[in-house]
Design a protein. Structure first.
Length: 433
């Protein structure tokens, strides 16, 4: 679990803003659900025999409730969707979310126990148009924030009957090799053989080689959906790899599955930036109507480790330097007036010589230093030093805040290196560089 200190948080904010803008451009609205849900929700939806549920959830009991700190966002969003009968209010809903998730995994580079996800869920569209748009959303977002090296893996798990036939085919293929499987997989063979396909254990990796491919079993509507997805992706110019070995670690998926990976940075085996897929049975499984859904989530730490995003520079625009006790009250009032005008100001209460205050102003990155000295106060003025232009003049005390605010004509947008997005600028103080 990581601390994100103020020096790092600027890049997080850039990513969050970019994600919000991108999601809203695609018609998604934000949803915020609790960080804690009933354990049963995750156990049922993610699947009792998945690694997440068997080994990784942070679960506890309180007031007779069995609770879990969410390992992912899809189940909680679906629970909210059903609980608030959203399907009855509108036929299609598009939600996005961003927040911390918790999985007690073995820590590694790019794999943490508290990690952050940004994700989307789209309810009410059977696809494959929605599926293609979702994949295009993810790839487009990564390109937008400057991640150029991407590989998109897609597959289909089929649904209902195809899914059942695939399970049987995997079971038939692996049953004769039972003894060579890892302990976990021997146990899962009878309950959930598909989970063996994404086992990381070298014995299991060896055993699954040459096994059945789900894509060869697809037929009827499943095949039409799969072909439709590929056609729409081609039309959108999204490049992808058909990867029948893709199974993903969660049980709720039906039909479309996808993952977006990068070879940028040093993420090694943790190079999957985002993963998602269709889960057409979850809403009904939670007691809601039959509403199909598709979604994805990206790991923010992983994305930030490769994205060339730069924090918007912040810091006080105006450093307020009271020289001596008599000047402090006026300096405090001036700073407050300045902030009311939207200019960030910091009062240097440490005292000392002017030279030291100016040094602190420059270290803080301030544009102006306003000096409240004894002789100036006696004349009803303060000195305004423009630290960039290296000029200084005196202004009347009563107009000082308005005058300094007026001098700030710095552009209000500060493009990121990736260039595209600057939606947060309107919230920034005037003169933020
Ligand atoms: P997931 O593949 O488990 O899917 O996680 C999505 C992404 O979260 C991963 O691709 C990875 O970038 C990041 N991630 C997962 N675990 C960790 C970890 N321990 N440390 C750092 N990053 C991690 C889901 O969670 C599904 N809910 C996605 C989804 C939404 N499917 C449909 N809708």
């Amino acid at each position: 679990m990581n601390d994100i200190l103020p020096d790092e948080v600027g890049r997080w904010q850039e990513l969050e803003t970019a994600f919000r803008v991108h999601a809203e451009l695609h018609g998604f609205a934000e949803v915020r659900t609790p960080v804690i849900e009933a354990t049963e929700l995750f156990a049922r939806q993610i699947g009792e025999t998945t690694d997440v549920v068997e080994k990784e959830m942070y679960s506890f009991e309180r007031h007779d409730d069995r609770l879990t700190v969410r390992p992912e966002g899809t189940a909680g969003a679906a629970r909210a969707f059903v609980e608030h009968a959203v399907a009855g209010q509108r036929p299609v809903s598009r939600w996005w979310y961003l927040g911390p998730m918790f999985r007690g995994e073995r820590p590694a580079k790019g794999r943490y126990r508290q990690f952050w996800q940004a994700g989307c869920e789209h309810y009410g569209d059977v696809g494959p148009v929605a599926d293609a748009e979702m994949i295009d959303f993810v790839v487009g977002f990564f390109q937008r924030i400057g991640i150029s090296d991407l590989t998109t893996h897609v597959s289909s798990l089929g649904s209902g009957d195809t899914h059942a036939r695939f399970r049987q085919a995997v079971f038939d293929f692996l049953a004769p090799k039972r003894a060579s499987l890892s302990d976990d997989s021997q146990r899962r063979l009878d309950k959930n053989p598909l989970r063996i396909l994404d086992s990381k254990d070298p014995r299991d990796r060896e055993a699954v080689l040459g096994g059945p491919s789900i894509l060869e079993l697809l037929d009827g509507d499943d095949l039409a959906h799969w072909n439709g997805l590929r056609r729409h992706l081609d039309a959108l110019g999204v490049r992808y790899v058909v990867d029948p070995t893709l199974v993903r670690g969660l049980d709720y998926y039906t039909r479309t599955l996808f993952e977006v990976k990068t070879s940028m940075g040093d993420l090694g085996a943790q190079n999957t930036l985002a993963g998602g897929g269709r889960y057409d049975n979850m809403i009904e499984g939670l007691g809601g109507p039959k509403v199909p859904a598709i979604g994805f989530a990206m790991g923010i730490e992983r994305v930030l480790s490769v994205a060339p995003l730069r924090a918007r520079e912040r810091g006080p625009v105006c450093w307020v330097a009271p020289m001596g006790d008599a000047a402090i009250d006026g300096a405090l009032r001036f700073a407050r007036d300045l902030r009311k005008l939207g200019v960030a100001a910091e009062v240097d209460g440490r005292g000392g010589k002017l030279k030291a205050m100016l040094r602190r102003a420059e270290t803080a990155g301030a544009r102006f230093c306003v000096i409240f000295g004894e002789s100036e106060l006696a004349r009803g003025v303060c000195a305004v030093k423009d630290l960039a232009a290296r000029t200084q003049d005196e202004v009347p005390l009563e107009d000082a805040a308005a005058i300094v605010a007026d001098r700030i004509v710095t552009p209000r947008t500060a493009p990121t290196e990736a260039g595209a997005i600057d939606a947060g600028a309107s919230d920034a103080p005037r003169g933020a560089r």
